[in-house]
Design a protein around this ligand. Structure first.
Ligand code: PLP
Length: 383
């Protein structure tokens, strides 16, 4: 198909869920994405916070291809070697020595599963979530979404719910009590406005959950593994939640999600409590195994911290916030993103919860030269 035919097909034959850029992404090379017409874009949008290892990372692509030829699929009814390798790698970097994992397909599914686990483990129903939070687009995840824009379509099903309480992010934690099964929170509310969790709030949540028996779930779909400069966000303070959900960069672009839990929570899970056809499949697990192996080899947390330092130093006159390779910049996002794309061929992200914030998700293999190029473009596009 020609470039024009591809765009026309999307306009007439696909449901109109997305506002797409005039970009037909045909290939990727590290942090670069290449349009079918040959135009090269520096992707500081990181493929929607997924391409932490850049585009088409060779080690992950090879692992996928080899696994697909060996065994494309078999279900969770049998053991598969790549699942065991992914399990060992992921539980080794998890914050608890007795961590266990359950593999799923996406971030929303991981969050819903973590909520189910917390309800079962505590025998309680209520969940505390936060204004400005985003946890995915399935109904259970939406019920905990503190962004009215996303919640609206599901309101008749999820509102009002006496079982979902919304607190103020970085605010007080008094709403958490002995009736609560779980507290679901993002270390950085990325969609909601790039609000960064303070250490004080994190510690207050941990303490309140300990007092009340509620389980603390960190939604690290966007922040883990390694993106914030630590394998998991709580590592920054030596603080462990009880469950962690992750997806996006977990398999470098192959669809995969996971719930990680401390041993005592994982011990409450029994056969039949949760299931998925594709989650934990051989190819997804080969991709997770290769992704984490590569992240370990490049010392991904350190590289994420170095990228943050370079970007902050390169934009001394701008308000830059966030951690590692997940950064916000205070800016009129629509105009700046258009200028970056059209005049400099650089991609960055908007922030659905705040039009005065733009977001950067630079791949960790963005070279210093490419970062310098991106910073030149940003300095020129920012007001
Ligand atoms: C923090 C957070 N949680 C959950 C999700 C949902 O993930 P998925 O789109 O894989 O279902 C997202 C997606 O952007 C997210 O940013």
């Amino acid at each position: 198909m020609t470039r024009d035919e591809i765009i026309a097909s999307a306009a007439t034959r696909e449901m109109q869920t997305y506002n797409r850029l005039d970009l037909v992404a045909e290939r990727g090379e590290g942090p670069w994405i290449i349009d079918m017409d040959g135009t090269r874009y520096l992707d500081l949008y990181g493929g929607h916070a997924v391409a932490l290892l850049g585009h088409a990372p060779p080690r992950v692509a090879d692992a996928i291809a080899i696994q697909a030829r060996d065994l494309l699929f078999y279900s969770n009814a049998v053991h598969v070697p790549s699942r065991a390798r992914a399990t060992e790698r992921l539980t080794r970097i998890a914050p608890w020595p007795d961590a266990q994992v359950l593999f799923l397909n996406s971030g929303a599914e991981a969050n819903e599963t973590a909520l189910k686990m917390a309800r079962k483990a505590t025998q309680r129903e209520r969940v505390v979530a936060f204004h400005g939070g985003f946890h995915g687009r399935t109904l259970g995840a939406l019920a905990c979404c503190g962004m009215p824009k996303y919640r609206a379509p599901a309101r008749a099903w999820v509102d009002p719910s006496e079982n979902i309480l919304f607190g103020a992010f970085n605010g007080d934690v008094d709403g958490i009590d002995e009736t609560c099964a779980a507290v679901l929170v993002e270390p950085i509310q990325s969609m909601g406005g790039m609000h960064v969790m303070t250490e004080t709030f994190a510690r207050a949540l941990r303490a309140r959950c300990d007092e009340t028996g509620a389980l603390l779930i960190f939604d690290e779909v966007q922040t883990a593994p390694a993106r914030t400069g630590h394998w998991f966000a709580g590592d920054r303070w030596g603080l462990c939640p009880d469950l962690i959900t992750t997806a996006k960069a977990l398999a470098a672009g192959f669809p995969a999600g996971a719930v990680l839990a401390r041993g005592s929570v994982a011990a409450t899970v029994n056969p039949g409590d949760q299931g998925t056809t594709f989650g934990g499949g051989p190819v997804a697990c080969a991709a997770i195994d290769a992704t984490i192996a590569e992240l370990e080899d490049i010392d991904a947390p350190a590289r994420a911290r170095a990228i943050e330092k370079t970007i902050r130093a390169g934009l001394p006159d701008h308000d830059v916030f966030g951690w590692g390779a997940l950064l916000g910049i205070r800016a009129p996002a629509v105009a700046v993103l258009r200028k970056l794309r059209e005049e400099h061929r650089v991609l960055a992200g908007s922030c659905p919860g705040d039009p005065t914030v733009m977001r950067l998700f630079p791949p960790l293999n963005t070279s210093d030269d490419d970062l310098a190029h991106g910073l030149d473009a940003l300095r020129s596009a920012l007001p």
